[in-house]
Design a protein around this ligand. Structure first.
Ligand SMILES: CC(C)(COP(=O)(O)OP(=O)(O)OC[C@H]1O[C@@H](n2cnc3c(N)ncnc32)[C@H](O)[C@@H]1OP(=O)(O)O)[C@@H](O)C(=O)NCCC(=O)NCCS
Length: 231
């Protein structure tokens, strides 16, 4: 196994959670992108990667951006974003509401869409999960209409990385898109991470998820690295 494949294998749990694809037609039948764990990943993606992989008969079918930002966000950025109140996710009362929003927002996504209660409970078993960093937002009728699930990564001397605060998964109800909820959820999630003493935000997003990428750029994220998924 090549070194990057070993690296990628170690990364798969994280990659399974990234958002991807700017597909916007919820009447279509389902995800067209292949799941992350069915692909070979090149990290970081280089200009020469496609050529090298094509010699092995493999084509790039997913491209994921790792984006980063410094925390806190600039005061002017947070001031321009709608103020919202979020609450910590409660598995007893919020699971159905979370699954409803998640599956409609991510209907097109091969890794984050199509979750059921069992899948959610499995994710919640992760030793990293801190429900205080799993923020949900409710509409006027108390129905969950968006969430921002964050994750903290301890500093890694091996990888020369500081502690990183990740936007692990985020979605707004498709009925609410374009009204500022997405930006407000990101700001709430990053605010929580900064309150936990994190100075660096990180997330993974499919390169062609234009709405999300534009939102992150607007809030102050930059592209740190690209990753290519081949088959
Ligand atoms: C990404 C997502 C959370 C954005 O939520 P939203 O409530 O529609 O976002 P906002 O209204 O706050 O818009 C934020 C910015 O996103 C960008 N944006 C939103 N929709 C866009 C679109 N269709 N095309 C291009 N940019 C778009 C704009 O820059 C916008 O800022 P502006 O209003 O100042 O122009 C939402 O589209 C979503 O849930 N998508 C499915 C799940 C997903 O992809 N999550 C991200 C995973 S990394």
């Amino acid at each position: 196994m090549l070194p990057w494949m070993l690296t990628m294998t170690a990364m798969l749990p994280r990659l399974r959670t990234v958002a991807s694809g700017a597909v916007t037609d919820p009447t279509a039948s389902g995800p067209t992108l292949p799941p992350a764990d069915e692909l070979e990943w090149v990290v970081p993606l280089e200009i020469s990667s496609d050529h090298a992989m094509s010699e092995r008969g493999l084509a790039r079918v997913r491209t994921i951006l790792q984006m980063r930002c410094e925390l806190p966000l600039a005061a002017g950025v947070t001031a321009s974003v709608r103020k919202i109140k979020t609450e910590a996710f409660d598995p007893i009362t919020d699971s159905a509401g979370f699954l409803d929003v998640n599956n409609r927002a991510f209907w097109w996504h091969p890794d984050q869409g199509g979750w059921d209660q069992k899948r959610l409970m499995g994710e919640l078993q992760g030793d990293w999960v801190d429900l205080g960093g799993f923020l949900v937002h409710r509409d006027d009728t108390s129905r969950i209409d968006g969430y921002c699930w964050t994750r903290v990564h301890a500093p890694s001397a091996d990888e020369d990385e500081p502690a990183l605060g990740e936007i692990y998964a985020i979605a707004a109800d498709p009925h609410c898109h374009g009204r500022g909820l997405g930006k407000a959820l990101v700001v709430a999630g990053l605010g929580h991470l900064h309150s936990e003493d994190l100075d660096h935000g990180i997330l993974y997003v499919e390169q062609d998820n234009e709405a999300a990428v534009q939102m992150y750029l607007k809030l102050g994220f930059h592209v740190h690295e690209r990753r290519g998924g081949y088959r």
